[in-house]
Design a protein around this ligand. Sequence first.
Ligand SMILES: *Cc1c(COP(=O)(O)O)cnc(C)c1O
Length: 444
Amino acid sequence: MNTRETLKINEKGHLAIGGADCTELAERFGTPLYVFDEAHIRNMMRMYRQAVCDEYDGNGLVLYASKAFSCMAIYAIAREEGIGVDVVSGGELYTALKAGFPAERIYMHGNNKLPSELKEAIEAGVGCIVVDSELEAERIEAEAASRGVVQKVLLRINPGVEAHTHAYVQTATPDSKFGFSVANGTAQEMTKRLLGMEHLALKGFHCHIGSQIFEKDSFVLAVERCLAFVKEIKYSYGFEAEELNLGGGFGIWYTDEDEMMSVEGYRTYLTALFSAVRRECARYGLRLPRILLEPGRSIVGEAGITLYTVGAIKEIPGLRKYVAVDGGMFDNPRFALYGSKYTAVLANRADEPPCELVSVAGKCCESGDLIGVGMSLPRVKTGDLLAILSTGAYNYSMASNYNRNLIPPAVLVRDGEAEYIVKPQSYEDLVRNDVLPRSLTPNN
Ligand SMILES: *Cc1c(COP(=O)(O)O)cnc(C)c1O
């Protein structure tokens, strides 16, 4: 399952997602619009779950990293697929619980979890909290003690693996705000501290090396470094980790510069990863730990597209042609943030061959508000329907009301039928929390 199976060009020459014609979706729901193919999401979740079953005797759990796309429906799908989720804030935790997600299959992350968030997590009975600071460990200890409970935790370590990806999405280089460094000994010290805390039950370790990674070697190296650490801790403190959480980070297709992986393609990553775990455990005489994986982007990224209507078109002779759409950095800030590349398709004339390179601009008052530059398209006209592909991850979840634009709604397509999973905002929503102090209220 990949974008090629999710997306088709139908007999009318229109782009279709999950069997739904994009021009009909735009007519019915308006634009900008996020569209998700449910089958793709479920297939990816199943692929991960199945790999743990088939290749690691089911001794593990897949956690959907919900920061990639968080709304009640996605937690409900994850619940039905029998996987877990990870959350990184009180808001994501609240949304998951509200969707009926079982707390024991929720892992909580974050490098600076608030006291209120820790309290909410412990109160809800989340399966595990991934400790990322000493302060946090003390707060969990105090909160758990006051409730007379013991909270399961993992310690986030930084194994110092530099994955080949954008610097902003690398998370395990020596200079990182995440985790405790193995190289400088703080991970070892922190392990000892956690083992001495009465209301924490240390289950093992977590590492997440970054995102949009295609090199198998990076993941394998992370496994090797983590298990070397597990061994070191076993021999220093007599504590053998029961759990090892290897994070997420598997890459997806955005443009033809990226690999477009099939289900089998992703399976080969997991095969390499599990075999590295077995090999290193055998080498060090360790029991096989329970393995957790946290894919986010690879579950929802290619499942989603964004539909826009083309507005103003501006040609700057000898320089470039700007095609402006009714969205922008408020629904997709990734070009502005990372210079991320996307593929555009003219959804109402998807069968026409591309003939020009254009820059797709948003409607925000920022020169950097672009969706992409050098995007290859047929000759675009005002009123055309433009689809940006692979926007399922880190688009809606990063959206804002910048310039008081409305965050677009999201629909889920199943068997060609679409329904809202996130309703449209209204102007009323924009002022819902605004307050006019009495002194500023116009007198009448
Ligand atoms: C972001 C994140 C993930 C998911 O990463 P993807 O690249 O979306 O798969 C997993 N684990 C942690 C701790 C993260 O911060």
